[in-house]
Structures are given as structure tokens and as C-alpha cells.
Design a binder for this molecule. Structure first.
Ligand code: FES
Length: 134
């Protein structure tokens, strides 16, 4: 049971997202009911339920980030990438998601791209960050 979260994390790193086939594999590997693995995988927002782009941009839109402009920054990214919440660019490079608190409220507004955090965001910083990902 304690191994489930790290195993799902590794599976996501390997396969990109947690499909029902991955849930079945993890359940078999850890000798857990598939329904339990599915419940955990769907409860936590950090697990992708469908394929995502090479760069998964997750923008925190919870209260601290929201008060410091996260909604505006999310719209800025959405217009810049021409995709909405949960969507992926045609070239499969970027997926954009609005997420709950990333646990870094003191440096709001915050976004996470794959395993990296980007803090104290502004439009200019976002431009720089995206340029670095080209
Ligand atoms: S509210 Fe955005 S990191 Fe906590």
C-alpha cells in the first residue's frame, strides 16, 4: 500500500500517463485491487489520466496564486499556446492545466512544468521560460 504512490509516479514517468492498462499492471505488481489503484490514481491531480505533451504546464489557480494574478497568467498562457485547460497543442509539445495548490504559496503565483517549479511568475518570466523550452 505504501508503495502505491511512488509506483504510480514511476509508471507515469515511464508511460506518460496512467491508463487503465497501467492501473491493472500496477495492481498486479503490488497485489492490490484494481479498483483501489484506480481510486488513488483518479483522486490525486498529479497523475495524468490521458496523454500529455512533452511539457505539462500546471498553473496553480488556488487562493494565494489567484490573489496575485494566476488567473490572468493562465489566460496569458492559454492565448499564447492557443489551448484551453486540459488541452494539448497540435504538435504535442505543451499541455496546459489549471491545478490546485502546489504547496508553494509563499512564492505565488506558481506553475509546475514536468518536475520543475517556477515561482513569482510574471508574463515576462513566462515568456523567458517558454523560450528556454523551445
Ligand atoms: S495557492 Fe498556489 S501554490 Fe498554494
Amino acid at each position: 500500500m505504501a508503495a502505491l504512490l511512488p509506483t504510480l509516479h514511476l509508471a507515469q514517468k515511464e508511460f506518460g500517463y496512467i491508463s487503465s492498462e497501467v492501473e491493472e499492471y500496477v495492481a498486479g505488481y503490488l497485489d492490490l485491487p484494481v479498483t483501489h489503484v484506480h481510486g488513488v490514481a483518479t483522486f490525486y491531480t498529479m497523475y495524468n489520466k490521458k496523454p500529455v505533451g512533452k511539457y505539462h504546464i500546471q498553473v496553480c489557480t488556488n487562493i494565494s496564486c489567484s490573489l496575485l494574478g494566476a488567473d490572468h497568467l493562465f489566460d496569458y498562457l492559454s492565448k499564447k499556446l492557443k489551448i484551453g485547460d486540459g488541452e494539448t497543442t497540435e504538435d504535442k509539445k505543451f499541455t496546459l492545466s489549471s491545478v490546485e495548490c502546489l504547496g508553494s504559496c509563499g512564492t505565488a503565483p506558481v506553475m509546475q512544468i514536468n518536475d520543475d517549479y517556477y515561482e513569482d511568475l510574471t508574463e515576462e518570466k513566462i515568456d523567458e521560460i517558454l523560450k528556454g523550452l523551445e
